[in-house]
Design a protein around this ligand. Structure first.
Ligand code: HEC
Length: 170
């Protein structure tokens, strides 16, 4: 906690980085908008974002399980493509990202047998705790609920892609 408090008083980019770190470690909560950006950035590192946005309740288990599986993929990926330096997902990041996609794409946890979900989450304590939290009490998911998917993620995605495209032109 000390680090988080300190970071709040440090001006400039170091403060920013320290704050990001504090959030990724779960000391400070992600504001919903930042969680959304985090989800877009981190979930488009190994495959296109389409893979995520086209995912649906007919495709497979709820997004909380998908996010859990991606944590494991990162470990495999790091071994296979060390040069890409894909960062691991921390518990706090996974919890924030699972809420973002559940709000924007859909949450069909209720349609699944809870014990199956618990099994699929393979002792992932952070996500199991999220699974046990009613949707209304999940701050990020509740805040983003009602923002319909197509516009939202695209807006964020465009925001993030824009500067890149401009750099390419130069
Ligand atoms: C380390 C690389 C990596 C990262 C980061 C990553 N994924 Fe994946 N993702 C994969 C791989 C590998 C597959 C499997 C590819 C396949 O089978 O086509 C996959 C497949 C998927 C699928 C399809 C699963 C299915 O059952 O059809 C979804 C949805 C998905 N990822 C969502 C996400 C989300 C959400 C995030 C952000 C938390 C994310 N991915 C981040 C590597 C990654």
């Amino acid at each position: 906690m000390t680090m988080a408090i300190l970071a709040a008083f440090i001006p400039g980019s170091y403060g920013g980085r320290a704050l990001d770190k504090a959030k990724s470690l779960g000391y400070i909560e992600y504001p919903p908008k930042e969680a959304e950006q985090l989800a877009v950035v981190r979930c488009s590192q190994c495959h296109s974002l389409d893979k995520v946005t086209k995912y649906c309740f007919r495709c497979g288990p709820p997004l909380i399980v998908v996010v859990h599986n991606m944590k494991a993929f990162v470990t495999l990926w790091q071994k296979k493509f060390p040069e890409q330096q894909v960062p691991a997902l921390t518990d706090a990041e996974a919890v924030a990202i699972a809420q973002v996609w559940s709000a924007l794409i859909g949450n069909w946890e209720d349609g699944w047998n809870k014990n199956d979900l618990i099994k699929l989450l393979e002792n992932d304590k952070a996500l199991l705790k999220l699974l046990d939290t009613p949707i209304k009490a999940r701050k990020i998911e509740a805040a983003l609920a009602g923002k319909s998917a197509p516009g939202t993620y695209k807006e964020v995605f465009d925001d993030i892609q824009q500067p890149k495209k401009e750099q390419e032109k130069k």
